[in-house]
Design a protein around this ligand. Structure first.
Ligand SMILES: [Zn+2]
Ligand SMILES: [Zn+2]
Length: 184
């Protein structure tokens, strides 16, 4: 995933293997919380247009991928499509904004700029950190199989999307219970 500056401008497609995508997703908390079998890796492609202006390299394009994760309510495997637009600037190594400096100053205002800026060294652009970051940010923290997923029964564990187990799940919130006695 490296592009020598002398080849610019150019347009390039990057293939993201299922192994690569799976390796990234495996490190995310929602997957470990649901167990090792919670999902299978997806795969993806990224298309990027590069051009250079002075020392600055601009890249723009699209990242498309999919991952398979467990629904955060009912644990059924669900395929999540990912599509991200990318527009970033690569600066020569020494000019990368210093993240520690930003934190020390408490300057949140600069964060947006820093996110879209990467560094390059030795006249070579490495696209991997950008693709990795965008992919990780695009994976939903609490994926759902459908927006109105009913989840699992808290009493018997049945998948309530498939059948109504008939359990009595009424739990009265203690705060609401006291409201019942208030006369309006
Ligand atoms: Zn679900
Ligand atoms: Zn039940």
């Amino acid at each position: 995933m490296k592009i020598p500056l002398r080849e610019l401008p150019l347009k390039r497609d990057f293939a993201l293997s299922a192994h690569y995508v799976g390796g990234l997703v495996a490190g995310l908390p929602m997957r470990t919380a649901l167990g090792k079998d919670a999902g299978v890796p997806g795969e993806g492609t990224a298309e990027l247009d590069f051009y250079i202006e002075g020392d600055n390299v601009f890249a723009r394009g699209t990242l498309k991928a999919w991952v398979e994760l467990a629904c955060s309510r009912c644990l059924v495997n669900v395929r999540i499509p990912i599509k991200e637009q990318m527009m970033v600037t690569y600066l020569p190594g020494g000019q990368i904004p210093n993240e520690q400096g930003l934190e020390a100053d408490g300057e949140d205002a600069d964060e947006g700029d820093a996110e879209d800026t990467y560094g390059y060294e030795d006249e070579v652009i490495n696209v991997e950190p950008l693709l990795r970051e965008r992919l990780l940010l695009a994976v939903p923290y609490a994926p759902l199989c459908k927006s109105d997923c009913l989840g699992l029964c808290s009493k018997c564990g049945a998948n309530r999307n498939e059948s109504d187990c008939g359990c009595d799940r009424k739990v009265v919130d203690p705060r609401l219970a006291s409201l019942k006695d208030i006369k309006v």
